[in-house]
Design a protein around this ligand. Structure first.
Ligand code: ADP
Length: 458
């Protein structure tokens, strides 16, 4: 397994590298800037020293006359007077000024010497056509080594302190920022270890990424817990539902062995076993079909079909009593459905309509368009469903107390209806009044159905 490097360490490392690079760039920039400033200042000092003193030098009879106020040295500038033939007449050349350059009137220039650089400015002071003297100002160029080396020394001394401060400060800040993540990590590990989905991270509400992560985690745990509970419930319900017919069959067999004597008695028992086996077969089929739909492995093919034709065929197949079953469907409505699944959906609803209806109760099927949806409703005038039960009827294995004694049903019919509706991109709604009857409506949405096809026909 790869060695784990904590994000905190990584972030601190990156922060430190960034700080070092930034400090380097900053020191370099400061060096350049200070060089430029020092040079500019020196140049202006040189210029003003030469300009101030030029007035104190005059030439009389080819000889220079220097006024007493002339400054030989001013603000680091050495002022020198040279003859026309470039012989030094007055002033002292700095020891380090080893250059032997020629003179250039009024041009400020840098002159390289053995150990650095000098700034030089010459001014020609004329006397008539022939005579005159040179006034030269020389000054060491301050840009170079001294300044830079002091800056470098400062940088070398402060950088390690800077790095240490960045490492410690950065690590502390990053550690603090990552504290919620540690908490999330620990809680998730705890939930995982204890295999108990009821744990929650429960970070206080905030607006940063960690709070949102914790919130999403808690939401996910909530959903996982609910679906885990539902699965547990489903497994126990399913095994319970299967156990009932099995124990009835076993009981019947034992009873028959001991007490059934006549062929009539045996026939009665065999019929009962048959009914229970049918019930089990139906239940297993329903469970299989539901699982396939949930896992997306149920094979289905949506084709454009004529709604009225499908319903008439179904009515024929099921031999529903025409006096109790009414179709109110316009002739040319087309729907995109899987015939078998769609028939199963309608069959479940109509059979419930009869099963939970009054004696000789009626069932109506209608179709109409509303808000861009095609609505197919199955209405009965039966016992109705109480308000508080209306949401529960869609749950798997839900049966109202009144219908628990029903041998055929196991409370899976409506759960299957809802799944089929979903497979067709639609959904189910229910309106019901106790004692008045119920209307189950399949909503097929515009997206799932090619609306053009049936909008034309309605
Ligand atoms: P089952 O009919 O096998 O019990 P369903 O899933 O089809 O299972 O129905 C669940 C419950 O909803 C039924 O037990 C019944 O109480 C109620 N129910 C379904 N359809 C109707 C209806 N048309 N009228 C009244 N109650 C109904």
């Amino acid at each position: 397994m790869k060695k784990m490097i904590s994000v905190k360490a990584k972030m601190t490392l990156w922060l430190t590298i960034l700080m070092i690079v930034l400090s380097g760039v900053l020191v370099g920039f400061m060096m350049l800037l200070s060089q430029a400033v020092a040079r500019r200042t020196a140049m202006s000092q040189l210029k003003s020293a030469v300009q101030n003193n030029v007035q104190y030098v005059s030439v009389n009879d080819a000889k220079p006359e220097i006024n007493g106020t002339f400054a030989y040295y001013q603000n680091g500038v050495s002022l020198l007077v040279y003859s026309r033939s470039e012989t030094l007449l007055a002033g002292q050349v700095p020891v380090t000024y080893t250059a032997q350059g020629s003179f250039e009137n009024g041009v400020l220039r840098t002159v390289p010497v053995l150990d650095g650089e000098y700034l030089v400015l010459d001014v020609w002071i004329p006397a008539g056509w022939e005579n005159g003297v040179w006034l030269r100002g020389v000054m060491e160029n301050p840009d170079s080594h001294q300044l830079n080396s002091s800056l470098l020394t400062m940088a070398v001394l402060t950088l390690p302190i800077f790095v240490v401060l960045t490492v410690f400060g950065g690590y502390r800040i990053v550690k603090k920022a990552f504290r919620p993540l540690d908490h999330i990590n620990a809680t998730v590990a705890e939930i995982n270890g204890a295999k108990d989905l009821s744990g929650r991270i429960g970070l206080p509400q905030g607006r940063d990424e960690f709070s949102r992560l914790a919130e999403n985690f808690d939401g996910m745990l909530e959903r996982l817990e609910r679906s885990f509970e539902a699965e547990k419930q489903f497994t126990s319900d399913a095994s319970h539902e299967l156990r009932t017919p099995v124990s009835i069959i076993k009981g019947a067999c034992e009873f028959a062995e001991k007490y059934d004597e006549t062929p009539e008695e045996r026939k009665e028992t065999i019929e009962m076993i048959h009914r229970q086996a049918d019930r089990m077969t139906k239940l297993i089929q329903q469970l299989l079909s539901m699982t396939r739909m949930e896992q997306g492995t149920e094979k289905f093919k949506l084709l454009s079909e004529n709604l009225l034709e499908i319903l008439l065929t179904l009515c024929e197949e099921e031999k529903w009593d025409k006096a109790r079953f009414h179709l109110n469907i316009p002739e040319h409505i087309m729907v995109r459905v899987d015939q078998e699944l769609f028939k199963r959906l309608i069959r479940n609803l109509v059979e419930n309509g009869f099963k939970y209806g009054k004696p000789k109760g009626q069932v109506w099927i209608g179709a109409y368009e509303e808000n861009g949806e095609l609505l197919i409703s199955v209405k009965d005038d039966g016992i109705g469903i109480a308000k508080e039960e209306q949401e529960k009827v869609w749950n798997r294995f839900y049966q109202s107390d009144a219908s628990r004694s029903d041998e055929e049903g196991a409370g899976l019919g409506l759960a299957i209806v809802q799944q089929i509706a979903k497979l067709h991109g639609g959904y189910m709604t229910l309106q019901s009044e106790l004692g008045q009857g119920s209307t189950f409506t399949l909503h097929l949405t515009k997206m799932a159905q090619n609306m053009k096809e049936y909008a034309k026909s309605i």
